[in-house]
Design a protein around this ligand. Sequence first.
Ligand SMILES: [Mn+2]
Length: 279
Amino acid sequence: MKKPLGTLASLALGAAVWGHFEAGWVRMRSIPVTIPGLPEELDGLRFVHLSDFHLGFPSRGELAVERAIEWTAAREPDLVLITGDLLSRPGAEGKLRELLERVPGSLAVLGNHDFESSQQGEIRTILADTGVAFLDGDTTEILGIGFAGVKGFAGGFGRRALGPWGEDIIKSFVREAVEEALKLESALARLRTDKKIVVLHYAPIEATVEGEPREIYPYLGCSRLEEPLGRYRVTAVLHGHVHNGAPEGRTSNDVPVYNVALPLMRKLTPQHPFLILDV
Ligand SMILES: [Mn+2]
């Protein structure tokens, strides 16, 4: 009697272990996305957008991240954009360094997870050492396209966004979102390029959050980040963070917004857990 029970237990354990790792499996598939209005001379440029690595010990997504970096490096894209949550837990600093060394010249913003274990300083050192530009209200111009990046913050969307009212702690919370939006706005004001791409961790619109439980919408982004996007005629916005949201939406001024949280990509296009913008 003992043996079959033992076998069943092993099977159950085997299935659980397989399920755990299968969630981090990678299968590749391409989804072409067209950005309307880009000039002809940019035709054929290839950007890769990677997000939400959530490395650390333990990390079931590490294999997917390795494959994504391997795939990216092999195709020598014109630019790699990374939208935060590089480390979720300690224990993967060496792995992060090793992966980023394979995509030098990338642009990155940090995410909320990068702050969780107070590792943001160390992550910034790794970014600097590996030649990845860190954007925190900063801008850069590459191939005639201007890039502006901030982490962003939470607070909710539209008329229901949290207002700076009541207790000091609520005011401080709202102030964080306002300051991130101001950083983005002043970065955009400095860009002189016709084409501008914004890189965020948090979502600037509700449309790419749809699919998540409604109760957590306000923690996934803030429409205060949307305000500067229309004013400065941004070409496209890339963000991460929203693991169960929608991959694409538009601001009220019709700016396309792409959500490329790695866990979302693994579900939607499991063969290809990242977005290629074919411009
Ligand atoms: Mn996040």
